[in-house]
Write a protein that binds this ligand. Structure first.
Ligand code: ZN
Length: 221
């Protein structure tokens, strides 16, 4: 079974997450909003999470994400269906162009901010040249999506049913298990250790191999 994962928003905790991913030779894609990456890290203390959450500085991005795939998460992270469609078009097209310039890799993937999407906003994403767009809905088996512009992952990484869904995906012989999240959702040392264990367990599973989302669509960067 191919295992794919992606992480949203380009925040400071991606650095620690990536250390874990590198340690276990895991592949992943990171979904970024170019407008949120400025000369300095931006953000601050989050009451909700009880920690500092910052968007990485523009100058850090290339080094932090070396060896990983980048996908488009729109320019500024608006709610897609709540802004004029023409503004949404700029959010999608401009971000794709900038990310391709910054990372010198083709950008094939898209993730809807807040998972918010409908037929019209999805069509814009398709027109811009993306081969898939992830929602925040769950579907097991996740593969093959009926419409790749509404690609539902198996689950969020903190889903209590994570391993049972993993086994279900394996048993279904769909060939893919897909999970996602935000690195800032890892707060305690216990949660970080749990993440390390999760990635290690997948890497050690002889029935699984890490894959790029673009591999699923026969696209290579
Ligand atoms: Zn997001």
């Amino acid at each position: 079974m191919k295992i794919v994962q992606c992480w949203d928003d380009g925040v400071n905790d991606d650095i620690r997450l990536i250390e874990i991913l590198r340690k276990h030779a895991a592949k992943a894609s990171f979904n970024l909003n170019p407008q949120t990456h400025q000369a300095e890290r931006k953000g601050g203390h989050s009451e909700k999470w009880g920690k500092t959450i910052q968007r990485l500085a523009r100058s850090e991005l290339a080094e932090v994400y070396t060896g990983f795939t980048i996908a488009n998460h729109s320019m500024s992270h608006p709610r897609p269906t709540e802004i004029p469609l023409e503004d949404w078009r700029s959010e999608v097209f401009d971000a794709r162009k900038i990310l391709q310039d910054w990372f010198q890799q083709p950008i094939h993937g898209f993730v809807y901010p807040y998972g918010d999407c409908d037929a019209a906003t999805a069509e814009v994403v398709r027109e811009a040249g993306h081969c898939y767009a992830r929602t925040t809905k769950n579907a097991t088996p996740c593969w093959v999506p009926k419409d790749p512009m509404f690609f539902h992952a198996d689950c969020h990484f903190l889903n209590k049913e994570f391993w049972s869904l993993y086994e279900q995906a394996k048993a279904s012989e769909c060939g893919v298990f897909y999970f996602w999240g935000h690195s800032y959702e890892l707060c305690t040392e216990e949660e970080w250790a749990g993440m390390d264990d999760k990635i290690a367990r997948i890497s050690a599973d002889p029935d699984s191999e890490w894959a790029e989302l673009t591999d699923l669509f026969n696209l290579h960067s």
